[in-house]
Design a protein. Sequence first.
Length: 76
Amino acid sequence: MAETKKNTPHTNHLAGTPAKIRIQYYRSKNNTPFKHKLVVKGLGFTRLNQIVERVDNESVRGMVKAIPHLVRILES
């Protein structure tokens, strides 16, 4: 039987707190498929050039991977 990965966030090895990822919404969702618009909303973006900080886990990385043409990951 195949083992499944636990969906736990990465942790900061120094403090034991969940690692964070900073994402910037830099291109408009106009003229994109409806599912892409839902992903942008699911990440918490409300306006263009907004930067949000989310827990760095597989689900957030998957959402960013679905819309790489609309968002960018910022180095912290």
